[in-house]
Design a protein around this ligand. Structure first.
Ligand code: CU1
Ligand code: CU1
Length: 408
């Protein structure tokens, strides 16, 4: 299983491992320049993968193929794509843009050419080879947008929560003019019907990210990894809604539940095969999962200072740096519940274990608190903060609740 982590939680070694793997694909592994094949696939399948319900399915498949290419070249099946939560790391100065990772903003006096980091043109390691008239030159460009609170800034936590609450998955006419539903609120289209989050992020990064050859900027993968996580979170929040619509009636081939999605419907070179939206509805069989954010799924971990919000943002649970897990109400910051352990500043993490037991550990992995809820239903439970002000350990298949706090 590949673990996809929040990029702001990566160690220096993990950042380096990721950028090295990306550069290795660009160099050309056993099949030549693998990286640029991905850029071409994106540019050649605009209508199959965008402006319609298959947006999430097509990119889920695209990202998984890329992740597998990274794993192959590094001989490491645990290597996961990092995701960029742009509702949190939303400044030009956020660590994602440092030269040890994605590199920074482009130079305004030099056509917004990126000048630092592993993908700067002057390293000679990152020439853009797949280009269009919108991307005439062989160097990566970025024109990072305004900081939070100003117009055309990155989507906010509220935008994200609004999209996560939207149902159904998609609505007729199943294209860029669908006026409601989760998919179009999250993807965005022309004209934008809602929060159009995905497109705003491309526009905020600017430069190469505003073209259909946008995978030329490796931050593409981190942005789309977060979009994929958004779909995964939406699915978890709406277990009884169809996870994909429609089964028929979409105007573009590839956008119905059982349509083969190009290019994976063509027997070009292996490993491509006929893949349908129905094949990629759940992340689990595809071989990856996400770390904590919004929910704590089986196997996921909260680190000190991290929190999980209720969908309506009224409540959050946080692992505080004193080792105590607290459920707080946002309006008056009142603590509704605190874990029963004594303070421990040597706290390491709090994990939703696969067996349904929620356990806080110190840095030596010695347990300092537990919900004491082990179950035989391995991997089925997750931790969720509800708008009613309860934190629960819940099973999505039948909505059963294993544990909840506060108890009064
Ligand atoms: Cu795309
Ligand atoms: Cu995109």
């Amino acid at each position: 299983m590949a673990l996809r982590k929040n990029q702001n939680q990566l160690t220096a070694a993990e950042k380096q491992r990721f950028t090295e793997a990306v550069l290795a694909l660009k160099d050309g592994g056993r099949d030549g320049n693998i990286y640029d094949q991905f850029v071409s696939i994106h540019n050649n399948n605009i209508l199959a993968g965008h402006f319609g319900p298959a947006f999430f399915a097509w990119h889920r498949q695209f990202l998984r193929k890329f992740e597998q290419a990274l794993q192959d070249i590094k001989q490491d099946p645990s290597l996961g794509l990092p995701y960029w939560d742009w509702t949190f790391d939303s400044n030009k100065t956020s660590s994602i843009w440092r030269s040890d990772f994605m590199g920074g903003n482009g130079n305004s006096g030099q056509d917004w050419q990126v000048q630092d980091g592993p993908f700067a043109y002057n390293t000679n390691k990152w020439p853009l080879k797949v280009r269009t008239t919108n991307e005439p030159n062989p160097y990566l460009r970025r024109q990072l947008g305004p900081d939070p609170g100003t117009s055309s800034s990155l989507p906010s936590l509220y935008d994200r929560v609004n999209a996560l609450r939207a149902t159904p998955y998609d609505v007729a006419p199943w294209n860029g003019s669908s006026a409601s539903g989760f998919r179009s609120m999250a993807e965005g289209s022309i004209p934008p019907p809602g929060d159009h989050m995905h497109i705003r992020v491309h526009e905020w990064v600017g430069g190469s990210m505003t073209t259909f050859t946008s995978p030329n900027d490796p931050v593409f993968w981190l942005h789309h990894c977060f979009m994929d996580k958004l779909w995964a979170d939406w699915q978890l929040m709406h277990p009884t809604d169809p996870w994909y619509l429609p089964t028929s009636g979409a105007p573009i081939p590839g956008h119905n539940l059982n349509d083969p999605m190009p290019p994976w419907n063509q027997q070009i070179t292996p490993p491509f095969d006929k893949v349908k939206p129905a094949d990629v509805l759940s992340q689990w069989p595809l071989g990856y999962h996400y770390d904590s954010d919004g929910f704590l799924l089986a196997g996921e971990t909260l680190y000190p200072g991290q929190w999980i919000w209720s969908p309506g943002l009224g409540f959050y649970i946080r692992l505080d740096t004193d080792g105590i897990l607290r459920l707080n109400r946002l309006s008056d910051n009142k603590t509704m519940w605190a874990s029963e352990n004594s303070a421990n500043t040597n706290v390491g993490s709090c994990t939703m274990q696969a067996d349904g037991n929620l356990v806080t550990y110190d840095k030596s992995h010695y347990p300092i608190w537990a919900s004491n809820t082990p179950s035989r239903d391995i991997g089925r439970y997750y931790l969720w903060v509800q708008d009613s002000g309860y934190v629960v350990i819940r099973r999505p298949t039948d909505n059963s609740i294993l544990w909840y706090r506060p108890t009064t």
